[in-house]
Design a binder for this molecule. Sequence first.
Ligand SMILES: NC(=O)c1ccc[n+]([C@@H]2O[C@H](COP(=O)([O-])OP(=O)(O)OC[C@H]3O[C@@H](n4cnc5c(N)ncnc54)[C@H](O)[C@@H]3O)[C@@H](O)[C@H]2O)c1
Ligand SMILES: N[C@H](CO)Cc1c[nH]c[nH+]1
Ligand SMILES: [Zn+2]
Length: 425
Amino acid sequence: MNIITYPERNTWADLLKRPTLQTESLRETVLEILNRIKFEGDKAVLEYEEKFDKVQLNSLLVSEEEIAEAEKKVSIELKAAITLAYNNIRTFHAAQVFQGKKITTLPGVTCWQKAVAIEKVGLYIPGGTAPLFSTVLMLATPAQIAGCKEIILCTPPNKEGKIHPAILYAAKLAGINRVFKAGGVQAIGAMAYGTESIPKVYKIFGPGNQYVTAAKQQVSLRDVAIDMPAGPSEVAVLADETANPVFVAADLLSQAEHGTDSQAILITTSETLLKAVTEEVERQLAQLPRKEIASRSLAASKLILVKNMDEAVEMTNEYAPEHLIIETKDYMEISERIVNAGSVFLGYYSPESAGDYASGTNHTLPTNGYAKAYSGVSLDSFIRKITFQEITPEGIAMIGPAIEVMAANEQLDAHKNAVSVRLNK
Ligand SMILES: NC(=O)c1ccc[n+]([C@@H]2O[C@H](COP(=O)([O-])OP(=O)(O)OC[C@H]3O[C@@H](n4cnc5c(N)ncnc54)[C@H](O)[C@@H]3O)[C@@H](O)[C@H]2O)c1
Ligand SMILES: N[C@H](CO)Cc1c[nH]c[nH+]1
Ligand SMILES: [Zn+2]
């Protein structure tokens, strides 16, 4: 990991950059794949599955038998864990149900909003480096609560053409209608344009690597809505001298192991902690099965020593991490000064893994600094709010004259007339 001490403010922008792929070659690859999916449908999806996932598939759709078979393969212990997580995610997201109130702006003028579920949604579940069945729960549970009619899921199969049993088990538990064997850009293209097997949806959700994220951003320009850019995982730990270096190192490694382009950052006011964390990361890394991946993302990760807590908070807001863990004595007070972060974990006993799996919050979150402008996935992501208004004769008499004046001044006489005829002028 790179150790940086007391960086000057004018170096922060470079210091806090994420490790990204060459955008031009990434863009070209993504555009070429999307274009072929759009015009050649299933044939192109199958070809790309062979190329990228090294699998020859007969069918993209997962069969009922495969789903039943998968259920038998998930252990009782894992089923119980998935159920606990599902229940907490349900509880947290069910509390977000929108209660639209009718508002009378003037006598006879009533306005309100009604939440309506997006009818067709497509969920992308990454599968390149780990079978993220927890992500199935994070996306399908709010879709189910919102009442989305068609919820489809795409995920890359393994080389034998199989989907991890826990992905299929979680999908069934959370009410997914159909699961398809398709990963990467080809899956995003299929859900955006529709193919013979995979239906076109209105909104695509889910995290993924840089290819998946770039594909989502590309299709969202014209063809379909997306949740947000949720790319390679990242964590920032904001810590003072009271933090436990063993916990901090474990927290940094928990995101570093996701992928080679993940990023973990420590921002601290304590030199002693920084030294202890550096040693502890090395010790814990050596014991990790995924040490190859984690050590590559650690090469682009940073341990930063800053002058004081004000600077630490400012730098954290500038970085806008997907996940932020605050391990300081006055973590609650510090948390109130955080304005840019996807999800925040407070105190010494709130590891980021809790939000990844089971506390109830959603782990599909904006990365790459997008936390400055986007929220993570929530129930709101699966609904639209339609506005309604009901105006009585008394109401139009109250607001009509103002509308007439405004329309006339915008030189839109037909607008004015639609009011005037009702005012019997
Ligand atoms: N931000 C979040 O909320 C969040 C949540 C969970 C996971 N993640 C991140 O999601 C990512 C998952 O990535 P992953 O790779 O494991 O799985 P993935 O499913 O996103 O990507 C695998 C697919 O990438 C495609 N691909 C691979 N190399 C390619 C190439 N050279 N050209 C074109 N396509 C190519 C293949 O089609 C493959 O099926 C990780 O970076 C993880 O950190 C983020
Ligand atoms: N940390 C990931 C989001 O960046 C989500 C995840 C799934 N499983 C484990 N972690
Ligand atoms: Zn994680």
